[in-house]
Design a protein around this ligand. Structure first.
Ligand code: UDP
Length: 419
């Protein structure tokens, strides 16, 4: 049974507005699973959870928190979301850290460390987390916050980046903060590090009811594409990603050009720029010379367009060189699209090569798969149907919610949160 939620109790307009309810998922998931999640949540109604990250918009973490925090409230667990602030020079340092955690290099000077820690300290002064008995801090930007609070319950650090080969010097530095946490959460088992802190894996997931993922009619899709003058006369190849080198937009363009020598198609590269990612604008501008009638490069904020493109595409690419998880892959698979993904990180976890999509290791392989898929609509359909099943079985939001509830529940005895 759904518990009465904090929303039911506190919010005005409750008759006219509603957020997604766990019950809505009975359309896609067994009743048994839904009931089990309600039961787990019932035992945790006394929790006051807060998630902390560094951007309200742009990128997978903001996407996740937007949907997840609402669903947690819906099952009766009071859950908030705070976003730390910083000037561009702070985010320039943290983006360098992000890159180095994914295997790039960093010149980690004392000045950079001091600036990073100072800005996080200022955020701690004005972010009051003392009334929460479960704090979840996401990614490196707010990581050092933990030093500045008296804990009222467990603190969890959740890392969303691809940790297959982090820069060792940076990791050692961050480790001094990480090991102050009660648990570390990574997106894949493969990202586990050598740490004294217990590590858990929680796989990200999507909200199928969001504007980005809900069903769209053919007319609605056509309207969105027409709005941006996206040609509909030839099959669409799309990649939708933050403008970031790790997403390999140059490789996508090159692979498309090769494929285009053999098949007619239009490439749409749609991207956005997260507020905590100062490199995005530069990456976007560096691509603009490649624009032609058949290569469209768009930087617009339009989630319905994301949905329309992922649905209409003959091929969705996510040719990343590193990828923590890759919600864009999940989103496209949910829509039954044929996805070609870089054979890395979280993409590898979602796509089983040749079963529910294709994994590629090079530009040439990507080009070959684009040609194959454009020539073979039956193959696209078979892969797409299996892709949708994969997401239904493993990557819808209630799966992730249940993992969190298990994690939170595991702390009960340790912290005596019921007292
Ligand atoms: N996204 C979007 N508009 C864009 C590009 C990306 O809404 O122009 C969304 C995308 O649909 C996905 C998220 O941003 O939900 C990106 O998450 P992902 O895990 O793929 O990558 P990240 O940006 O976190 O590295």
């Amino acid at each position: 049974m759904p518990p009465s939620t904090s929303q039911d109790l506190d919010l005005a307009h409750r008759d006219t507005r509603r957020t997604v309810q766990l019950d809505d998922y009975t359309r896609f998931l067994d009743r048994e699973r839904i009931e089990r999640i309600y039961e787990k949540a019932e035992a945790l109604q006394h929790l006051h959870v807060v998630h902390v990250n560094s951007t309200f918009y742009g990128g997978g973490v903001a996407e996740l928190l937007d949907d997840l925090t609402l669903l947690m409230n819906n099952v009766g667990i009071t859950t908030g979301w705070r976003v730390i602030q910083g000037a561009p020079d702070f985010f320039s340092i943290t983006k360098k850290m992000h890159n180095a955690l994914q295997g790039g290099s960093i010149n980690l000077t004392d000045l950079k460390k001091k600036h990073y820690e100072d800005i996080v300290y200022k955020n701690a002064v004005r972010t009051h987390l003392d009334r929460h008995n479960m704090v979840v801090v996401h990614d490196p930007q707010p990581l050092p916050l933990i030093q500045h609070y008296h804990r009222n319950g467990p603190w969890i650090w959740q890392c969303h980046v691809d940790l297959s080969a982090p820069d060792r010097e940076l990791w050692r530095y961050l480790q001094s903060f990480i090991e102050q946490y009660d648990a570390v959460v990574e997106s894949l088992d493969a990202y586990k590090q050598s740490l004294d802190t217990p590590q858990r894996t929680i796989t990200p997931a999507i909200d199928p009811f969001a504007i980005k993922n809900k069903e769209l009619s053919e007319a609605e899709i056509n309207e969105r594409l027409a709005h941006y003058d996206i040609p509909r006369d030839q099959p669409l190849v799309v990649q939708i990603s933050r403008f970031d080198r790790w997403k390999d937009p140059e490789g996508v363009i090159e692979a498309f050009k090769k494929a285009h020598e053999e098949v007619d198609a239009t490439l749409v590269l749609l991207g956005n720029v997260a507020t905590d990612d100062p490199e995005g604008k530069e990456v976007y501008e560096s691509l603009l010379d490649e624009e032609t009638e058949r290569i469209r490069i768009l930087s617009v904020e339009d989630t319905a367009l994301v949905n329309a493109l992922q649905r209409r595409a003959a091929v969705v690419l996510q040719k990343s060189l590193r990828e923590g998880f890759g919600l864009t892959v999940t989103e496209a698979m949910w829509k039954g699209s044929a996805v070609i993904g870089g054979n890395v990180g979280g993409i590898r976890h979602q796509i089983e090569d040749g079963e529910n999509g294709f994994l590629v290791d090079s530009i040439d392989e990507a080009a070959e798969r684009i040609v194959e898929l454009i020539r073979n609509p039956g193959l696209r359909e078979t892969l797409g149907m299996k892709a949708r099943t994969t997401v239904r079985e493993r990557f819808l939001l209630p799966h992730m919610l249940e993992d969190y509830l298990d994690l939170f529940g595991g702390f009960e005895t340790l912290y005596r949160l019921n007292d």
